[in-house]
Design a protein around this ligand. Structure first.
Ligand SMILES: Cc1ncc(COP(=O)(O)O)c(C=O)c1O
Length: 385
């Protein structure tokens, strides 16, 4: 009583509403909520059109899409795959799923995306390909990366998990390499809670991924439409990586909202930029002129003398969600790597994510910036700016 509680400002919030609910209701009525049914097929067609690719395979998440991509590309034990280091480590995990070795490439200090020169330096006799990441929504340097992988006969996979709506030299993220993987996890620009897709211009690769996403047999929905009793045979040890038609229907609606939702995220980013431009204790995100950001997250790089944990504690005490940014993959104990990626390690130490989603109001953005400024000046070692 008498204590005024402040409204919480979450780090992440999906934009799901009545249109998505209506789409789910339609799937309920259709009688086919499982995967590879009418909604799944319609979503795949929508994705293929949007990205100008021959095939889109709807799957349960982006980790599954990466796994299927590497299986279809024939990656196997003894192979090395070069992966971007500064990221949620799904690419390195996928390399390990197929028994191969991830080799970690350091990133650009300004964008956090993989440095093509670091990739070039790591190519060796066992290298079979590269997984580049559109770091938190920022596309990597695909002209340089495609030239490099073409020159050495390697594959290039674009992990565009965070990058729906972003562009690189006028082309959409998700169509910047011969194979790309998307995520529709709840934190991404569009979402069905969990979900993913594999996009490719190679029909054989898509067919392989689709088959293995369904235990190694074709679509059960398709089989059920045939008059007679065809008994499908298992031709691969596949997985159950299918996206449900419930999720697919939600995504069909969300796909029509990409630009609307991204415009709202852009406004938030611009507002933060304006409010924090003169703050010497943080470096704001840099977006090179030849690309646009999907703003999956808004990351600030703190001055080395700022106590990041104390800032996070203070923001959360004021009801403001925040996070550490992302991971320096090579430092994760599971990989037992002896490599060094100093730029990635430095970003992982100094980045902080502040609220970024399409539901933020200008007043909330102002409250975040103001609370952050106060926290910065109370938790910085003397001598810093
Ligand atoms: C770059 C990147 N790749 C892959 C993933 C995994 O996505 P999903 O949760 O859809 O498997 C993530 C998750 O955040 C990610 O950031």
């Amino acid at each position: 009583m008498g204590v005024k509680t402040v409204d919480a400002i979450p780090l992440v919030r999906p934009s799901l509403g009545e249109q998505e609910l209506a789409a789910v209701a339609r799937v309920f009525s259709s009688g086919w909520p499982a995967g590879q049914g009418p909604s799944g097929k319609a979503l795949e067609a929508d994705l293929a059109t949007r990205y100008g690719v021959t095939d889109a395979v709807a799957v349960s998440n982006c980790g599954a899409a990466l796994h299927l991509a590497l299986l279809a590309l024939g990656v196997t034990a003894g192979d090395e795959v070069i992966v971007a280091d500064y990221t949620f480590p799904a690419p390195a995990h996928a390399v390990r799923y197929v028994g191969a070795t991830p080799v970690f490439a350091d990133v650009r200090p300004d964008t956090g995306t993989v440095d093509p020169r670091a990739v070039a330096d790591l190519i060796g006799p066992r290298t079979v390909g590269v997984i580049a990441v559109d770091t938190l929504g920022m596309p990597a340097d695909y002209d340089e990366l495609n030239a490099l992988t073409d020159r050495y006969g390697l594959f290039l996979v674009e992990d565009a998990a965070c990058a729906i709506g972003a562009t690189y030299r006028g082309r959409p993220a998700g169509a910047l390499a011969p194979v790309a993987c998307l995520s529709f996890h709840g934190r991404k620009g569009i979402t069905s809670g969990e979900g993913g897709a594999l996009l490719t211009t190679d029909p054989a690769l898509a067919a392989d991924a689709r088959l293995r996403s369904s235990f190694g047999i074709g679509s059960i929905f398709d089989q059920a439409q045939i008059v007679g009793l065809p008994i499908p045979e298992f031709t691969e040890i596949g997985y159950n990586y299918k996206l449900s038609d419930i999720a697919a229907a939600i995504l069909q609606v969300q796909l029509t909202r990409v630009e609307e939702l991204l415009d709202r995220r852009r406004l938030v980013a611009a507002h933060y930029g304006q409010l924090l431009a003169d703050e010497e204790l943080v470096t704001l995100p840099v977006v090179p002129d030849d690309r646009t950001h999907a703003w999956q997250s808004y990351l600030l790089t703190l001055h080395p003398d700022v106590d990041r944990a104390a800032i996070a504690t203070e923001l959360r005490a004021h009801g403001i969600g925040c996070g550490h940014g992302t991971w320096a993959s090579h430092q994760q104990p599971v990989y037992d790597s002896s490599q060094h990626c100093p730029v990635s390690a430095d970003l992982a130490r100094r980045n902080i994510a502040i609220p970024m989603h399409a539901e933020l109001t200008p007043g909330q953005v102002e409250r975040v910036a103001e609370t952050l400024r106060t926290a910065l000046h109370s938790h910085t070692r003397a001598g810093a700016a």
